[in-house]
Design a protein. Structure first.
Length: 554
């Protein structure tokens, strides 16, 4: 380059870079060769460019938020953009990216136009719109931009940055049960705790109704971030405030702003899934499972439309007489690509997405049609049990649809048993009891499934209009162990339920000694692989027709 021209460019206050297109054998531009950078450019991005001679060596290291290569290609076509911005942690300045193609010289001229004063004004203007009214903390409006700057600042200083997302546990339920004013006090209490940790290395945001975000920057190590977040969690425990948190580390987990947010959010999800009131660090396995769940959700939507689900039926037997009591309807799904997908995998996903309502309606309708068919063909008067999700149960039209299906199939309502889980008691217990009473008034049986694994209490149990209580498999597994603990618990449950006038069904009975002990305890019904596995429709028909070999056993 001409020395006089170079002297002029080095005295320009704006960073300037000149690069020449590199073409392949097909005349396609595949890269750019850096021919020149002035002194200001070296100040702005020299720490990244170093001795690089090609565009591809450094473009992603400056900031991934600016599409450098596509912008250069567009500049050759004569297109320019005003939206491309870059913050330089070395100069502490904001720049607008300007690219032009000089056809005569055949080079791209990249100029950084300093817009720091404009950006500062914009930030001040936004601040008035970005402050949470209740907590006086910055809200979500400027969060992404702050996170991007702090990630780049930590990267420049060769330090560690992290994002901690915090949710107040069960705030919605607290608002519903104790009022919004009480909920607001919890939000302010959370704010006070977090402000104890605020510094030039820690920023706090009101991220959502029950969510807060903390940006940690310029920490010396991963261990220092672990120790710091442990202190935050302990501060909440000391104040007896239950929160769930998710932490993702910049550079360690990702260098992308949006990914860091998504990863921290995944970690929060796992914290809640593992009992709430804990902080969880993101792990790559979480992302793998997330992608797997997305795949299953996509396939599940298609499976609903194309009726790809199957109904299986597991027999239940009277423990004393050995007579068939009835069947529990169980959904099964075999995907052509993924194979058998367990209900324990796809049912929770269906509940998250709301698809459980459609799936639950299909199970109920299929079960009632089957019951009607067996009544006509085999004079079957056993019970058909159908699991109903709390989400499905609380739908406004659930009772209407239930009554419609019973009338359409002309079945005796007492032969239908609706199985609910203890999850129905999480929300409005009064509304739940009212709906369950309406079901009982229709002559339908009610069973509490998985007793002892969730939110059960004697007070709730006495309020629910139940016919049957199912003892969870987790109790039955160790019922014959030498210490006798599970046996004593199971016997106490059966005795208590018997005094309440309810039937008991033991789930997961797989061995003869379990059956003998349950018989001794005066359990009423057994269900499990010892007496019969879940069976497809045709094997159930064969069994009802008298072929006992059709029964699938251990």
């Amino acid at each position: 380059m001409n020395l006089n021209l170079e002297l002029v460019l080095n005295n320009i206050s704006s960073p300037v870079l000149v690069a020449k297109p590199i073409k392949n054998e097909f005349s396609n531009i595949i890269d750019f060769e850096i021919n020149y950078t002035n002194e200001e450019m070296k100040k702005a991005v020299g720490f990244v460019i170093g001795n690089s001679t090609k565009w591809s060596d450094f473009e992603g290291k400056i900031t991934s938020d600016v599409p450098w290569f596509p912008l250069a290609l567009d500049a050759i076509e004569g297109n320019t953009y005003d939206s491309a911005k870059y913050y330089s942690p070395s100069t502490k300045c904001w720049y607008k990216i300007d690219m032009k193609f000089n056809e005569a010289l055949g080079v791209i001229i990249l100029t950084f136009i300093n817009i720091t004063s404009e950006q500062d004004y914009y930030i001040q203007l936004q601040k008035s719109l970005s402050t949470d009214v209740l907590t006086k903390l910055p809200n979500r409006t400027t969060f992404n931009e702050s996170l991007r700057i702090d990630m780049e600042d930590s990267n420049f200083n060769k330090k560690y940055a992290a994002l901690l997302l915090i949710d107040i546990d069960n705030l919605k339920n607290i608002n519903d049960s104790q009022g919004i004013n009480f909920g607001d006090k919890l939000i302010l209490k959370t704010t006070s705790i977090l402000k104890l940790f605020q510094s030039d290395k820690v920023k706090i945001f009101r991220y959502g109704d029950d969510e807060f975000a903390m940006i940690l920057k310029n920490f010396d190590s991963e261990a220092s971030i672990v120790n710091f977040t442990d202190c935050i969690f302990e501060a909440f425990q000391m104040q007896q405030l239950k929160v769930s948190g998710g932490i993702a580390l910049s550079k360690v987990h990702t260098s992308q702003v949006e990914e860091l947010i998504r990863f921290a959010d995944m970690a929060v999800h796992y914290a809640k899934k593992n009992g709430r009131n804990n902080f969880t660090f993101f792990e790559p396995e979480m992302h793998r499972i997330f992608i797997q769940h997305l795949t299953i959700q996509s396939k599940m939507s298609k499976a609903i439309i194309e009726s790809k689900f199957q109904q299986y039926y597991q027999p239940q037997f009277d423990i004393h007489s050995g007579q068939l009591r009835g069947f529990e309807a169980l959904i099964r799904w075999n995907d052509e690509e993924l194979g058998n997908i367990a209900p324990s995998v796809f049912i929770p996903l269906a509940e998250e997405t709301g698809s459980i309502v459609e799936i639950g309606n299909w199970v109920l309708e299929t079960a009632l049609k089957t019951l009607k068919h067996w009544q006509e063909k085999f004079d079957f008067h056993g019970v058909i049990s159908v699991n109903v999700s709390p989400i499905q149960l609380m739908q406004d039209d659930f009772l209407y649809n239930l009554e419609r299906l019973i009338n359409e199939n002309e079945i005796t309502s007492s032969l239908l048993e609706i199985e609910i889980t203890e999850g129905v008691m999480i929300n409005d217990i009064n509304a739940t009891i009212e709906k369950l009473n309406a079901i009982r008034n229709m002559g339908i049986r009610l069973s509490l499934d998985d007793f002892g694994t969730g939110y059960s209490s004697l007070s709730y149990l006495q309020q629910l209009p139940l016919n049957t209580l199912k003892i969870d498999k987790s109790f039955i597994n160790n019922i014959t162990s030498e210490d006798g603990i599970q046996a004593n618990i199971t016997q106490s449950i059966i005795s208590m339920v018997e005094k309440m006038g309810l039937e008991t069904i033991a789930e997961g009975v797989e061995y003869q000694d379990q059956l003998a002990l349950l018989d001794k305890f005066n359990c009423n019904i057994v269900q499990g692989f010892l007496r019969g596995k879940p069976m497809p429709f045709h094997l159930c028909e064969a069994y009802l027709d008298g072929d006992t070999s059709a029964l699938l056993k251990n």
